[in-house]
Write a protein that binds this ligand. Sequence first.
Ligand code: ADP
Ligand code: MG
Ligand code: MG
Length: 896
Amino acid sequence: VKYVYSFGQQTDGDATMRNLLGGKGANLAEMANIGLPVPPGFTITTEVCTYYYDNGRTYPASLQAEMEDAVAKMEKQMGTKFGATDGMPLLVAVRSGARDSMPGMMDTILNLGLNDESVEALTKATDNPRFAWDCYRRFIQMYGDVVLGVQAGPNEDVEPFEAVIHAFKHEVYGKDVIDSSLTAEDQQELVKRFKQLVKDRTGKGFPNDPWDQLRGAAGAVFGSWMNDRAIVYRQKYGIPAEWGTAVNVQAMVFGNTGETSGSGVAFTRNPANGENEFYGEFLVNAQGEDVVAGVRTPEPVAKLEEVMPKSYKELLKVRKKLEKHFKDVQDVEFTIQEGKLYMLQTRNGKRTAAAALKFSIDMVKERLINWETAVLRNPADQLDQLLAPIFDAADVKKAKLLATGLPAGPGAASGKIYFNAERAVDAEARGEKVLLTRVETSPEDLRGMIAAEGILTARGGVSSHAALVARQMGKVCVCGAGELQIDYDKKTLTVGKNVFKEGDFLSIDGTTGQVFAGEIKAAPSEIIDGLINGKKAAQKTEKYQSYIKLMEWCSKATRLQVRTNADTPEQTKNAIAFGASGIGLTRTEHMFFEGDRIDAMREMILADSLEGRQKALKKLLPYQRKDFAGIFKALKGLPATIRLLDPPLHEFLPHTKEQQMDLARTLGIKVEKIMQRVADLHEFNPMLGFRGCRLAISYPEIAEMQARAIFEAAAQCEKKGIKATPEVMIPLVGFKKELDIQTEIVHRVAKEVQEKKGVKLSYTVGTMIEVPRGALTADEIAQTAEFFSFGTNDLTQTCLGMSRDDTGSFLGKYQEVEILKANPFASIDQTGVGQLVETAIEKGRKTRPGIKLGICGEHGGDPASVKFCHNAGLTYVSCSPFRVPVARLAAAQAAI
Ligand code: ADP
Ligand code: MG
Ligand code: MG
């Protein structure tokens, strides 16, 4: 097996090999292949990482020899020598490289290969002692921190190396001076103190031998794959631990040699709003992380044109070439050494949903990609960012503008400010809306960022940690709002004369970068305003029109239909505006809670005779009929799957003494009777109790009333020329006989209504498949059922034997140890539940080849589940109205 892949004059890999080389390594190889100026180097493959963990943290035997070969190639190309004590030494960067860049992975180590001898050689070769000792000092600091673990302990506020620098500056200059003003001698002294610090903290000397250094750094990269932060991140994004990380070793180029050098990061287009403009920042005379570290404020990349016009021109050429080659927006890192440009990294740029939409539409126009690719470029699970509310313009005018930072994550967010991640997480758990507010964020804040509605920082640019993570998570974010003064100790945020305490409300607009005092009401986005509210002005916006175009493409591609779960005409209308092709689930019980219907419902439950129940049901009939008529009207002929009563009856009864007294008065009965009935209906496990079709097996008059309401409403509509297509659905069926008994009732009532009203109705009767027995005997059930709708919520509960409402105590742990990759109630368990679905489909079709198949339940709006449904050959998925666009996009993507 080959463990080491070189890039440079000779390049072994390419962009297709990201599984083996990691994202960074594969793209470094690709850039070298297309002739871009990439410093030479090599990638140690992810297979070595896997080997490392499988073999008690050891390496394959052939690795060292392969690395020596690869280093020799670098030396040849650079004309330098690794660990040289004479002539220019080869220094390297050691960079981690998972398939996708990942917070928590080891920080890059620069200038590796320096020691007390080679630093002299570097001084001599460059005739620049300040530079040489600056490199050496940085190297010891990075290596000491990252590899040797010399870091702040629990009782230290300042990183130990920074503390040494601070003390030194005060000792020599009497104040804090900027790093770049330190002399060669200063750096030399710092090196001495750093080495002492390492010795004090670790009990060992700093490794002198470049090969020891290199092996140590590579080991640290592999080691970081299993650190806590990396594990948390992988969990959130469902990345398997087996993937492993690669290690990149690359010849150093130097952005810190003086005023003709520098270092920067850029996007080939604006990743926040999608504009086709070069976007990024750089620092003169800086190395590596200086740009994103926020120590000095970087300049916008366009300024390079003034400072280094030749390099800028070259960079613009690279920008074009990269987009043309990768056919996507790139996020690049570059360094300029004495006027010469080097590319250090490229990857597809993370983008907001708004930017993704604009990129995809623009690139089709530019003929860079086709429309199918454009559909795939819009992440389905981010689409609802576009539908997210924006601040109401009128309210914003009234609000007090405190500061303006950089717009780093679009959308509007209002919430209580919290200054650390832990308290933000706690507040969110209490149900508060949270704005995580920090001077700047670091990977330690990840949990807090997940919990927050929005993220606000006082420092940091568009490539700062906060901006990066917000873009990825789709969080609203304003960063670098410099006017904000945050005092962590006092837990206050001060802007001019205004002082805010932790827990006070602020509002941020991540599209404009504005920070406002207090809470601001949010208003619908242009897309919602245009689609749902029919506002003409909104429909003229570019965003709206791009969205419409995208959905047109989706319709063109898709096979799987998207229906909606809706119980009211209003919800139905919204869903249809979003492109739903009907209702996949109407939960009739929701209708029983409105107004005084609940009294009639309770009367029905409390009645102890058939007559009593029928009397109460008679009161409910007109309500239900009206509801159904409204829904049919809103549907304009599209089908509606209507589920008969499903929940356990006790859910409808009052449970406090006070409510029970009230009800007793209303119904004119004794409160004891109500208490008795509540006690009777108590179940140890209502989820598996007297519910679903079991209700109407015992009380057929309930099914009869509901069927009557459905068909009378349909007849009413038909008479007015509105087509109604009800699909009557019997819940929780596990036995064919259950379905038979109720189907007979439905057909009988349908016949009666049709004869009485003199209309011909088109309807079907089918069932939910939501208990394993139903799925396993689907061939029998399909003899009666004209359609199946998979109730994947209950099917998941019953298949896994996990009550949805009781998973809180163990689900987190299950995901942590990767028993479950995702929450099975959010994303369908394809191996287990999926098998039941597939079995039922196969058996159902055997009996009834054309059987209509759908899924309702939370999974219908989850992109991964939608894809599963497409592959399983379902006719439709059904989800809540506002998830319809997401499901349509996911369905189209599954078909492409
Ligand atoms: P990350 O994945 O955190 O971006 P990188 O490996 O890209 O880490 O390294 C971070 C920074 O270190 C780069 O942006 C670049 O400025 C600097 N760097 C990396 N490799 C080199 C190199 N070969 N020469 C000079 N600087 C480098
Ligand atoms: Mg990088
Ligand atoms: Mg159910």
